[in-house]
Each structure stands twice: as structure tokens, then as C-alpha cells.
Design a protein around this ligand. Sequence first.
Ligand code: ADP
Length: 408
Amino acid sequence: MWPFSQSAQEIELLQSVIDEMAHGNYDGAVPTLSGQLAPLSASLKHLKSTYASTFIALEKQREELTAIINALPNALIFVAEGRVSLFNDAAREMFGLRPTDKGKLLDELELPQSLFDAIHEFLSGSERRLDTRTTPNALMQTFQVSITRLENQATGQPSLHNANFVASFTDISQRAKTDALRRDFVAAASHELKTPVAGMSLMSETAQMALKDGDTATANAMLAQIHTEAQNLQALVLDLLDLARYEDIAPADERTDLIKTSKTTVATRRQRAQDKDIALVEEYHGLGLQEVFVPLHEADVVIILDNLLDNALAYTDAGTVRIDVEADAIKHTALIRVSDTGIGIEEKDFDRIFERFYRIDKSRSRVSGGTGLGLSLVKHAVEKAGGSIVVASQKGQGTTFNVSLPII
Ligand code: ADP
């Protein structure tokens, strides 16, 4: 006989609420029953509300965690039992992962080989965590990799197909390239500094010995050379300081009166031109030339004019050095043309002369106090303003540098 006074229908009702809850659905209402089923329906009500709030709290926590891992700039991949259980937006973007990649074995993903190498290295070791930087691959990609073992790893040496770990990848290709450039630059700069310093040391020894022997003529000659080398070194250090300045991002609101700065700079070169018996001509063309402003700090405009004029005077033995400044009001550009009747440059060197420390004729550059940095500084300054520089020259005939700068 049925032991309860209530209907089978009411029991079925309770049963269906429990089934729904088992499937994670807490929306259905628990019927309020009386009689013998009253305590059961009350307990179920209580249980349902406890479960529902726990479920909501867990869901909220899950959403927060997802937001956190998606906000991280580095790619994260969680691997459980060798399969991809979770990855963040950065991983999706970095490796082109799709939602369907979830659940795949890690080696089914198309990750760069250097990352698999790092994972294999990690799995074959016993450390809980591995931090490493991959060597650049064929695409010149470098990654900072950090892999951490998850605690629930079964005993024994894990393989790629049963391991539990979380891997974080940061694409540091750009930083690695900059580091390599910086290393090359420091090596080149040290070399440039070493040569004159070694020369000065040798010359000072010779001067000392000459003085001991009472040979003041040789001692004086050595001192004069040491003085020249010291000046060259000073020029190099000043150029290096200018280069260091370019590491900072330029403020956008700088502007300089090109005509005024040009006239001042040319004036400081008159004596040198006269000493070499070279005609130094300056001409200004274009409408309303009282003021032409370019988007650069005055020091940058001086770098451009100084270096171009110094080179023109240094690599010209006779003839004329001229600077023409032309403002094009329609195109909103200023053209600076520095030309000389000097030794000229072969076409094969047109690009290379803008490289740091590149000189066509090392000995001539050194004699004229050149550092090999001048044109690279000019190019930096010109490009900072969004301008351009081109060279035209013929060996033995002379050289013209054409600089174009925006007017503001
Ligand atoms: P440097 O300090 O040696 O002059 P730059 O970077 O200013 O270094 O120039 C690089 C090289 O380009 C010079 O060493 C020189 O060989 C060549 N050069 C630059 N300007 C001229 C010019 N007006 N005429 C001929 N050669 C030039």
C-alpha cells in the first residue's frame, strides 16, 4: 500500500525539480507541499537556494578569472593531460588559435617549433618551472617562455601527451632586435673610441721619451697630434650624446624658424670656408620667407645644417659650397639643398653613408675630424620631422644633399 497520504503527482513534481538541479538548472520553483512531504519540500527549497547562490558565485568567479587571463598581454595556454584545456585572447591572436582547438593535443596546434623545443626541454627536466628565451627562428621571432608544472601531475616523467602545465609566451622579437642593434652599436662605438685612445697613449709615450732625450721638436709634434686626437674624440662623444638624445620620443609641439637658424649656422662656417679658400654661398627662395617653421627642436635643425655644411667643406678642396633654402607654400615643404664641388661620392655608397660609423675614406674622414656619425644623425633628425633626405653626386664632380621638411 502507498505509505503517504499525498499523491504520486506531488512526488513526481519534487523529483523533476531535483532532476533539473542535477542538470544545473535552478530556475524551477520547488512546490510548497503540506502533510508528510512538507519537511522534504522545505529542505529542497533550502538546498536549491544554497546551490543557486553557490553556482552564481562560482560563475562570477569564472567570469572574473576569464577576464583576468584575457587582459594579460602574454599568451597563456593551460594543458591538462596533454590536451589544451584553456587559452587566452593573447594566445588566440599570437598563434591564430580557434575555439575548436580546445581539447586538442598540444602538438596538434601550429605553434612555432622553438616553443615545442622549450616545452620538451621543460618536460625532460624535473624543475617545477622553466623560464627561458628562445633563439630567433627563421621568421626572426623570439619568445620569452615561462612554463609551470601543475600539482596534479601523475607520478613518473610526463610526456607531451599526459603532462599538466601552464605555459606563458611573450613575443619579444622587437626587443631582441633592438638589443642586438644596441650590442652591435656598443661594439662599434667602443672600437671607434679605442683607436684614438691607443694612438694618444702611444704618442704620449713617444713625447716622454723625446723629452728625456732633449728632443723638444718631436715632443711638440706629438703633443700637437695628441691635441688633434683629443678634439676628434670630443667630436665623437658629442655625436654619441646627440644619438642618445634620439632614444627619447620627441615632443610633438617643437618648432624652429628654419631661415633664422640657417643664417646663424652659415655665419659660423664663414671663417672655415675662407681658410680653405672656398666660396660659401647662401640663398633663400620662395614667398614670405621671413619665417619658415619646421616641426623640430632647434638643436635638430642645427644638427642637419651643421653636418651637411661641415661635410661639404671637409670633402671639398676648391670651389664652392652652397646652401639653398626654398619654401614651397603649396606643398607645405621646405627644401634645403647643400651642394659642393668636392670629391663626390660613388652611387654604390649612396645608402651606406647614412649608416653609423660608415666612412668611404677612413683616413680622410679622420684627418677632417669626422666621426662617421654625422649623416646618420642628420637622417634621424630629418625622419623625426617626417621629412626625407636624398643624395646626388658624381665622383670628382661634387655632391648635393636634398632635404625636404614639412612646414608648420
Ligand atoms: P664623417 O664624420 O666621417 O664625415 P658622415 O656620417 O657625416 O661621417 O659621412 C659619412 C661619409 O660620407 C664620410 O666619411 C664621407 O666619406 C662621405 N661624405 C659625406 N658627405 C660628403 C660630401 N659632401 N662629399 C663627399 N663625401 C661625403
